[in-house]
Ligand binder design. Structure first.
Ligand code: ADP
Ligand code: MG
Length: 315
């Protein structure tokens, strides 16, 4: 145990040094009415500059909590998060305001909170620019440029209620891009949309990545959306439990296809989460035997009958 803890502190300095987003043992505990909820339980995550990352996970697994911290709205209880060189736990006052205006763009899960109902699409996009002190001409041209990039030039003068759900989400993306952020965070942006409209919104997010070079982190329930990105991480109980990587290749007929492979995630101190179905299939519980082979590690159930008293005494 002492070996484990000295390893974890020894590596903490340079963890994820080259990554645009680095979450290091992130913990977020909520206390409400005497009840404690551990929404994030030591989450590690690295995201490279220019990537599109999908985050999936059951309801309540901590996805929105993670995006809340990355957006600068919330702070971790423990652990560290660094985004584009900003240490999110240490950030105060003016730096935090600047971070939220021009380092990250955030599309919240509650879509009604992304747009002001009494402003037009163009005015919604211009608002963050006005708050940042930009002049009227710059606001107008930037707003027109972003709505154009989202295919909404002919909707600029409409209020949210006069737009479809998919159009509202694309305006929300334009608003989030107003400050030219390096990172775009989107919390279930296709959650309330039908499949076709959801595809359009997701295509808009990918265009943001390709056109503006924004790094995109998108939380989604939609397996079809997750399957379109190179990298998907799954959160379980406030930690990354598995990761799926996809790459373009050719199938046996020579047609283009995405091949995918799912990996379990080994954290920096060597912890590994075994999937529930594996644990149940072999009744793996409490204690398991590990064996080191030349090219893999074996995990074996502890059969009480085969355990010698000497081994038991040593455990
Ligand atoms: P997800 O987005 O994956 O559905 P959340 O991050 O919203 O999950 O929530 C993770 C856990 O933290 C849940 O158990 C949720 O009830 C709890 N939680 C989230 N926000 C708060 C809060 N402000 N106060 C108390 N508990 C919260
Ligand atoms: Mg959520």
């Amino acid at each position: 145990m002492t070996v484990t803890s000295s390893l974890s502190t020894g590596k903490a300095q340079d963890f994820g040094a080259g990554a645009l987003i680095a979450c290091d043992s992130l913990v977020r505990v909520f206390r409400a009415g005497g009840v404690e909820v551990q929404a994030l339980q030591g989450l590690d995550l690295l995201v490279e500059d220019g990537d599109v990352l999908a985050i999936v996970g059951a309801s309540g697994s901590g996805k929105s909590t993670l995006l809340g911290i990355l957006s600068g709205l919330d702070t971790p209880t423990a652990g560290r998060a660094r985004v584009v060189g900003h240490d999110l736990s240490a950030m105060r006052g003016a730096e935090r305001v600047h971070y939220r205006r021009s380092t990250v763009g955030f599309i919240r899960q509650q879509s009604s909170r992304n747009l002001l109902p009494n402003l037009t699409a163009a005015e919604n996009v211009a608002l963050p620019l006005a708050l940042a002190g930009r002049g009227r001409r710059e606001r107008a041209s930037r707003s027109a440029e972003l709505l154009g990039a989202m295919g909404l030039s002919d909707r600029a003068d409409r209020r949210p209620a006069q737009l479809s759900g998919g159009e509202q989400q694309r305006v929300s993306i334009a608003v989030a891009l107003a400050g030219a952020p390096r990172v775009l965070l989107a919390d279930e942006p296709t959650g309330q949309l039908d499949a076709k409209t959801g595809d359009e919104v997701f295509a808009a997010l990918r265009a943001v990545n390709e056109t503006f070079g924004c790094t995109v982190v998108v939380v989604t329930h939609d397996a079809a959306v997750a399957s379109q990105v190179r990298r998907t991480v799954a959160i379980r109980d406030g930690r990354i439990s598995s990761e799926t990587l996809r790459r373009a290749g050719l199938d046996t007929n020579g047609d283009a296809m995405l091949s995918e492979e799912e990996f379990a995630v080994l954290d920096r101190v060597g912890r590994l989460q075994l999937p529930n179905d594996y644990r149940n299939a072999l009744h793996l519980k409490d204690r398991v035997r590990l064996t080191l082979e030349s090219d893999h590690v074996g995990v074996w159930p502890q059969h009480p009958a085969s355990a010698s008293p000497v081994e038991e005494a040593q455990e």
